[in-house]
Design a protein around this ligand. Structure first.
Ligand code: APR
Length: 283
């Protein structure tokens, strides 16, 4: 996982940045007005791929990474917390921070956006595939099946030596500076680390291969709540665009991907998705 919006490991860029999206719509009230072009695409799509990022969980009270003032990486340095080097430099510090996030995520609840996607996925004749960069389990707790957690999961810990899975360690309710990692129960030397993908680590192969596949064979792709900065996940929507597959971005703010989107809907996940799913059946 790297931070470089310009590098394109797929080599299949959609178009040049001057190509503005066909439409940009705004709606931030609870009764969001769903842009007609977006309803039309959603109604006719059967194979729908949904790429979600931290913004998908923002309405559940889970901080994003790069939003001004509130983003985690504006508060702490990812080089000190989300790299294999940081782990080997100071395991108790990194361990404590990820256990704090286990506590936060366990206390959070899926929002209306998560529930709307789950409802959409249950519709007959609909094959909705969720690919997420998020390490929380909010999609699953809303009733969705996630095809790929590209950046791993906060609820899948493992040994940093033998890689065998381990149960999620106890997560204290109060943030704690340092917590010694649990020892591996299988091998003599290992310690239990979070099952997330850190910067400078490769993505899980099966998950990325499946994500590429469903971006290539979709009728419609939705990109929800991601800044489009982190590779290789940021290249996935371009795969669809390169095949003429419509790509809808739902995000309250412009992202690195906005110039390449077919339609941009400046709204939040919890506002836009329930309105969109409700509009699927409206005459
Ligand atoms: N609804 C929809 N989108 C939102 C909302 C919301 N309520 N609130 C914020 N957003 C948008 C922001 O405007 C921004 O574009 O969500 C995006 C969040 O971007 P980032 O914080 O960069 O998160 P993400 O793109 O998921 O980060 C990618 O970076 O740090 C690594 O591994 C981490 O998976 C993460 C990856």
């Amino acid at each position: 996982m790297t931070v470089d919006p310009t590098s394109d490991p797929t080599g299949e860029s959609t178009s040049d940045p001057t190509n503005d999206p066909k439409s940009e719509s705004k709606s931030d009230s609870t009764a969001a007005v769903v842009p007609e072009a977006i309803v039309h695409l959603a109604r006719s799509a059967r194979r729908i791929t949904v790429l979600t990022g931290a913004g998908m969980s923002a309405d559940s009270g889970v901080p994003t990474f790069r939003d001004a003032q509130t983003g985690l990486w504006t508060l702490v340095d990812p080089q000190d917390l989300a790299t294999p080097e940081a782990w080997h430099r100071d395991k108790p510090y990194v361990n404590a921070w990820f256990l704090w996030r286990v506590h936060l995520m366990s206390a959070a609840a899926p929002n209306a956006g998560h529930h709307a996607l789950a409802a959409w996925g249950r519709r007959p004749d609909t094959d909705l595939r969720i690919v997420t960069q998020n390490i929380d389990d909010l999609h699953e707790r809303a009733g969705s099946t996630v095809l790929a957690h590209l950046h791993g999961s906060l609820f899948a810990w493992r040994c940093d030596r033998c890689h065998r899975p381990a149960s999620t360690p106890h997560a204290p309710a109060d943030p704690t500076e340092r917590i010694e990692p649990d020892a591996c129960l299988h091998c003599a030397f290992g310690e239990i680390r979070p099952g997330v993908v850190w910067f400078n680590e490769p993505l899980p192969e099966r998950e990325f291969t499946d994500a590429v596949q469903v971006c290539r064979d979709a009728d419609l792709v939705l990109v929800i709540g991601t800044s489009g900065i982190v590779q290789p996940a940021a290249s996935l929507p371009h795969l669809a665009g390169a095949r003429g597959i419509p790509v809808i971005e739902i995000d309250p703010r412009p992202t690195e991907f906005s110039p390449f989107a077919t339609h941009v809907w400046r709204s939040t996940a919890a506002t836009a998705l329930p309105a969109l799913v409700a509009a699927l059946d409206r005459p």
